[in-house]
Design a protein around this ligand. Structure first.
Ligand code: NAD
Length: 472
């Protein structure tokens, strides 16, 4: 789906409502926080974004979004033109500005365990709460282990001045990178984890332009709100790994996972979404969220209840090594000196996010086996280069595939899906393709003389044999 301005038209506060509206602070202005801050300003609120990263704050104040997100730069320009948004590194100003403080800082995996690293949420709450006078609501949006909000409420109590009356609530965020603007302005549900009617009332007021459009609101206790997000991500990860486990079985039996997935998806109890075989999930959320969930469940003595997530994770990681196997097979059994064009680096299309990106992981594994890897991603080359400077990076699809021994489609950008086999003719006299995202027209490639492999599908023996399962 393309984001257009029409998609993101929303009700905004009327002038009368805006004059009594709570002021908003957003702590942490990365993918989630910048989007949330900008969208809150679009809805009519006076917003101050605060971050510890001076460079990011400078860029945002200069009207530049520091990451790739379709539609967001236009929304930032609109918000700035309204005069309702600013960004700062000054926590005094942030604490003074907000009636409602949204916490949107990162919760990455700890270096030495699967647990979430809560240093950033702790420090964000400490910095804000220690400067608050009077009433304020701190609303967590970051994805956290269940029980975190209760600890943060204690922390806020401990560090805040005597005249502060701070309450903590949780409002988990479900936006998807690539659709972040639309998901923020038109979410499929809002979850308010609250401990008082006052907090519920304030959250309903803040989200009123969205609630008034008929978006369902679920009001829950705080632990449930914390859990909703990790439970949702665990379910999605499980569905992806389920079909990828089936792909492994298909590979061992000569069955075709595309046909299998199509037949399963027609059962409306199962549904076809997230049932697409391929290289699996990555990014700054799903992998670390399922690991943190396991770690928290262990701490709570219910580790067995989510022990299956270890398998979900393992299946996901095996898709990466299996992709390398296919590339090696196509290259004749040995990768040393083989030139591989790696199409894609971002963890998914329409994003420049390379955190735990399966595509980059494959590129790195190929490199470690001696392949000469040329990466091309329409938006993520720069971030990928920062992480893996040893790989070669091309400026265009044509340059990436030029003289490649094997082309591997690793992130399903439209540019790659729409390229015809003929347009990739630069790829040498004996072109070979590994479609790790199961999105290309296998028959068209085979008909154009390509040797073609896809995860979970038998190697096609002829053009007829390569016919795809009709798209559903
Ligand atoms: N990215 C997504 O699509 C998405 C979707 C839903 C939920 N989430 C959750 O949102 C949270 C943030 O994720 P993200 O992708 O935006 O991360 P990010 O790394 O892009 O952004 C985090 C920001 O917080 C800032 N920060 C760190 N410590 C700070 C502090 N003490 N005070 C102020 N700012 C501070 C960092 O400088 C950075 O700009 C995570 O918990 C993530 O799981 C992310």
């Amino acid at each position: 789906m393309k984001i257009t301005n029409d998609d993101t038209q929303v009700a905004a506060l009327t002038n009368a409502a805006a004059s009594t509206a709570p002021k908003i602070t957003v702590v942490g202005t990365g993918y989630l926080g910048a989007t949330h801050a900008i969208c809150m300003a679009i809805l009519g609120y006076d917003v101050l974004g605060v971050d510890v990263d001076e460079g990011k704050v400078r860029q945002l104040n200069d009207g530049a979004v520091p990451f790739f997100e379709p539609g967001l730069p236009e929304k930032l320009a609109e918000a700035q033109a309204s005069g309702r948004i600013r960004f700062t590194t000054d926590f005094d100003a942030a604490a003074e500005h907000g009636d409602v403080h949204f916490i949107c800082v990162g919760t990455p995996q700890k270096r030495d365990s699967y647990a979430a690293d809560l240093r950033f949420v702790d420090s964000a709450v400490r910095e804000i709460a220690s400067r608050i006078h009077g009433e304020a609501l701190i609303v967590g949006k970051s994805t956290v282990p269940v029980g975190t909000a209760a600890d943060l409420a204690e922390l806020a109590d401990e560090v805040s001045p005597a005249d502060a009356r701070i309450e903590v609530a949780w409002n988990p965020e479900f936006l998807r990178e690539g659709y972040a603007v639309d998901d923020t302005l038109h979410p499929d549900r809002l979850v308010f984890g609250v401990a008082s009617e006052r907090a519920e009332k304030l959250l309903r007021q803040v989200f009123s332009p969205i609630v008034d459009e008929g978006v369902p609101v679920l009001v829950t206790d705080i632990p449930t709100a914390e859990l909703v997000k990790v439970a949702a991500n665990s379910f999605l990860a499980t569905k992806i790994s389920y079909i990828n486990a089936m792909a492994e079985v298909c590979e061992a039996t000569g069955a075709d996972v595309d046909s299998l997935s199509a037949a399963l998806g027609l059962d409306d109890r199962i549904g076809s979404r997230f049932l697409k075989p391929g290289l699996g999930f990555g990014g700054g959320c799903l992998p670390k969220d399922i690991r943190a969930f396991r770690a928290r469940a262990e701490e709570l003595g219910v580790g067995d209840a989510v022990a299956f997530l270890a398998e979900v994770d393992a299946i996901n990681i095996r898709r990466r090594t299996r992709t390398v196997d296919l590339i090696r097979e196509l290259a004749g059994g040995d990768l040393s000196g083989v030139h591989v064009a790696a199409l894609g680096a971002a963890f998914k299309p329409n994003s420049d996010d390379v955190r735990d990106a399966p595509a980059l992981d494959v590129a790195r594994l190929l490199y470690l086996e001696g392949a000469r890897v040329t990466v091309y991603d329409p938006e993520a080359n720069e971030n990928a280069h920062r992480l893996y400077p040893d790989l070669d990076y091309a400026e265009s699809l044509d340059a990436a595939v030029a003289e490649a021994d094997v082309v591997a489609l690793l992130t399903e950008w439209d540019e790659f899906r729409e390229a015809s086999p003929a347009s990739l003719e630069e790829a040498g006299a004996h072109p070979r393709m590994v479609d790790a995202r199961d999105v290309l027209d296998q028959q068209a490639y085979v008909a154009a003389g390509w040797e073609f492999r896809a995860l979970g599908r038998p190697a096609p023996q002829s053009v007829d044999d390569a016919a795809r399962v009709p798209a559903l």
